[in-house]
Design a protein around this ligand. Structure first.
Ligand code: UDP
Length: 338
């Protein structure tokens, strides 16, 4: 026990649920706020759980009055690039307006530490070859990235006004699952590459579409930097300790400095699962940059972040364990075939 309480907003989602577990393991008290629009109740362990929206001012006041919140971690955002291109208003409403509501409530209740789930999408197309540092120009190519950048800027302004201190963490491609196999990546509908590939491996889908085979990369498919969800959690814990200890406001990249193409990911997924994953070429997906690779030296140097699951094979192995169990659970819930 360390007598500190963290409000995890969006604690029923993929990364939020892993965070809740990481905080509990580290001895923090946790309160979860989630509206279950994208999260899953069964991923939240036995902690105080408040169901509702960030736009519900009365509810937020109640949460901050009732619990002695020392810091807030904010995972409650829409995060699908293609969807954001089609539905920008919903993305700005949910990702920006709701965050303003949350920050206002924090300000009213003098809760001063904020850890924000930002994204590599703030950068847009890299203007340099290879990995991007935090000082790379930010020029999002899709509304999702624009909403993350807007909140980052808002946090800088709030910090300058003495309202709060913050750490913004720019995740590259979150992947993998808790080593226990009890928590993992479950989206509905699923749109992410690794879960979809593993669902094809499990026979739950016939084939995987490869979005774009004519990118200016070695094999024509997009390069992404995959970072294990447990390593993301560790980075949040370090950011939290830093803010609780009076550390500076900061923006950090979280990635492994290595890009894998879509085809490489599929190859590793076939190897790990021992199954063939049939693919089909498809149009580029709107808003997808060709290459996103992180330079994460800053958080390693300043906070001592040491990712434990850097290797893509290990990342996919943990995801495979979860997906096999998940498929078993779904099969059991459906009952015997009739
Ligand atoms: N992708 C793909 N087929 C799919 C899903 C994703 O080719 O069915 C590609 C996508 O275009 C991107 C990469 O895989 O280049 C990672 O996409 P994902 O949706 O997993 O994460 P994002 O990069 O959008 O955060």
């Amino acid at each position: 026990m360390n007598n500190k309480t963290v409000l995890v907003v969006g604690g029923a989602g993929y990364i939020g649920a892993h965070m809740v577990r990481g905080l509990l393991d580290a001895g923090y008290d946790v309160v979860v706020l989630d509206n279950f629009s994208r999260g899953h109740r069964d991923l939240v362990p036995a902690v105080p759980l408040v169901e509702g929206d960030l736009g519900d001012t009365l509810l937020l006041n109640e949460v901050f009055s009732r619990y002695p919140v020392d810091a807030v971690m904010h995972f409650a955002a829409y995060s699908l690039v293609a969807e954001s291109v089609a539905r920008p208003l919903e993305y700005y409403r949910n990702n920006v307006s709701s965050t303003i509501d949350l920050l206002e409530a924090m300000s009213r209740h003098r809760v001063r530490r904020f850890i924000f789930s930002s994204s590599a999408a703030v950068y847009g197309e890299p203007s340099v070859a290879g990995a991007m540092r935090e000082d790379h120009p930010t020029c999002p190519t899709n509304p999702y990235g624009a909403t993350k950048l807007a909140v980052e800027r808002l946090l800088v302004d709030c910090a300058a006004a003495g309202i709060l201190s913050f750490v913004s963490l720019r995740y590259f491609n979150a992947a993998g699952a808790d080593a226990s196999g009890e928590l993992g990546e479950r989206h509905d509908p699923e749109t992410h590459l690794i879960p979809l590939a593993l669902q094809v491996a499990l026979g739950m889908r016939k084939r995987l579409q490869i979005f774009g085979t004519d990118y200016p990369t070695a094999d024509g498919t997009c390069l992404r930097d995959y970072v294990h969800v447990t390593d993301l959690v560790q980075a949040h814990l370090l950011a939290l300790e830093s803010l609780l200890g009076g550390g500076d406001n900061a923006v950090y990249n979280l990635g492994n400095s290595k890009g894998y193409s879509v085809r490489e990911v599929i190859e590793v997924a076939q190897h790990v699962s021992g199954r063939t994953i049939p693919t089909t070429p498809a149009e580029r997906r709107a808003g997808d940059p060709a290459v996103l690779i992180a330079e994460s030296e800053k958080i390693r140097q300043e906070l001592g972040w040491r990712p434990r699951y850097e290797d893509l094979k290990t990342i996919i192995e943990t995801a495979w364990l979860w997906h096999q169990r998940e498929a078993g659970r779904e099969g059991a819930a459906a009952g015997p075939p009739v």
